[in-house]
Design a protein around this ligand. Structure first.
Ligand code: RFL
Ligand code: PHB
Length: 391
């Protein structure tokens, strides 16, 4: 098979890239190990930052987002006895949207299907070849068991944290930076109306807790738990009790309403960056190049920002023979990647209990400053609501 751009991974990065390239007349083929249904039903991100929403709208993907997504002006930050609202719109003029990754994925799949996008689901043995030539290729076994070779002008690794693309950059040329955190998140999805109008991020002596949501009838909540926690040890009642304590049920009359839990999982947390994000005719985008802990709600947004830079770079390279944006892609993308890596690390470090009381006092002092100083609040708001793509 021959195509212009071979895209590995049909998650949000891969499908959005295929969509943006097609809008400029550049054909691509996507290969994906999982089934379409599996990719579309993975419960992951929930918050879209301002520039993500702008990009999706400009790409013609904003219709359902505008109809069903919920615009939030800010977030609540709290610790025992105190809850403060940070209004991002007042502070920076920018808001965020609650619209699940599952919904973004459905919109992308529908748009690509309507356009006749070639996507090979349920492939195996994906391997990358000849990346230092101008005819790189991807080999895989298709869902019928047939070995295939896809020859392209460019290969883009959008294959997330476990895909083969990042390892295809020669070990002598790649650098990785990593931080593993000593705690995880236990996340639940519950069929109950959210007990809050906007997200609550809570510091508590027992550990961090967060109240997020997916819609007017579905809540998403998280608890800080030790690494290697077994979900089987957390009954629904135990989870709701811990959430009530950490989120301050009863404080100033606020109540947390529990409901039926429909999904429950433990999510380890780490920061990871691999540089450069390009090697020869291979480009990396999204989780294939970087992972952030979820506390800053940045993972999906970073994947979208990468693709927002990469699509015009590939259009120039393949459509006009102009390599300037492609040559600048890695450095340009990494500026935002490191900004978001810092912000996610900072939010994580400020809100999770380490067990050390000196750390706890520093965290509380930081929270008091962020919620009482306009400079502090604006810094958080600017990063959370999102910097412009290309910053
Ligand atoms: P994805 O979504 O992981 O997609 C990569 C795809 O590549 C496929 N693949 C392969 N395909 C072919 N051959 C191979 N050998 C392959 N190996 C893998 C995979 O099957 C997969 O379909 O990466 P992408 O597109 O870069 O998108 C990144 C986002 O999914 C991720 O950053 C976010 O979900 C992170 N994240 C959050 N981000 C936010 O912005 N806000 C949030 O609130 C937020 N919450 C979260 C999250 C991630 C979570 N988990 C479990 C990772 C909450 C959770 C629980
Ligand atoms: C979510 O809704 O899943 C979510 C929201 C904000 C975060 C992390 C996860 O910071």
């Amino acid at each position: 098979m021959r195509t212009r751009v071979a895209i590995i991974g049909a998650g949000p990065a891969g499908m959005l890239l295929a969509h943006l390239l097609a809008a400029e007349g550049i054909e691509s083929v996507v290969v994906e190990t999982r089934s379409e249904e599996y990719v579309a039903s993975r419960i992951r991100a929930g918050i879209l930052e301002h520039s993500t929403v702008d990009l999706l709208r400009a790409a013609g993907l904003g219709e359902r987002l505008d109809r069903e997504g919920h615009e939030h002006r800010g977030i609540y930050l709290q610790w025992p006895e105190e809850r403060h609202h940070l209004d991002f719109v007042d502070l920076t003029g920018r808001s965020v949207f609650v619209y699940g990754q599952t919904e973004v994925q459905k919109d992308l799949v529908a748009a690509r299907r309507a356009a006749g996008q070639s996507v090979h689901y349920e492939v195996a043995d994906t391997a990358l070849h000849d990346l230092e030539t101008d005819h790189p290729s991807v080999t895989f076994t298709d869902s019928t068991g047939r070995p295939r070779r896809l020859v392209a002008d460019v290969v883009v690794g959008c294959d997330g944290s476990f895909g083969p693309s990042r390892g295809a950059v020669p070990a002598s040329l790649r650098r990785t930076s990593e931080r593993v955190y000593p705690y995880s998140w236990l996340g639940i999805l519950a069929d109950v109306a959210p007990s809050t109008d906007e997200l609550i991020y809570a510091w508590h002596d027992d550990g961090f807790a967060m109240h997020s949501m997916r819609s007017a009838t579905v809540s998403r909540l998280y608890l800080q738990v030790p690494n290697d926690t077994d979900v089987a040890d957390w009954s629904d009642d135990r989870i709701w009790d811990a959430l009530a304590t950490r989120l301050g049920h009863g404080q100033d009359g606020w109540q947390l309403t529990p409901g039926p839990v429909t999904e429950k999982s433990v999510l380890p947390m780490r920061s990871f960056v691999q540089t450069p994000m390009r090697h020869g005719r291979l480009f990396l985008a999204g989780d294939a190049a970087h992972i952030v802990p979820p506390t800053g709600a940045k993972g999906l947004n970073l994947a979208v920002a990468d693709v927002g830079l990469l699509a015009p770079a590939l259009v120039d390279l393949l459509g006009r023979g102009d390599a300037r944006l492609a040559d600048a892609y890695s450095d340009t993308a990494l500026r935002r990647v490191w900004r978001c890596t810092h912000f996610s690390w900072w939010m994580t470090s400020m809100l999770h209990r380490s067990g050390d009381d000196f750390d706890a006092q520093l965290q509380l002092s930081q929270l008091r400053w962020v919620t009482s100083s306009e400079a502090g609040a604006t810094g958080l708001a600017e990063n959370y609501a999102g910097l412009p793509i290309g910053m």
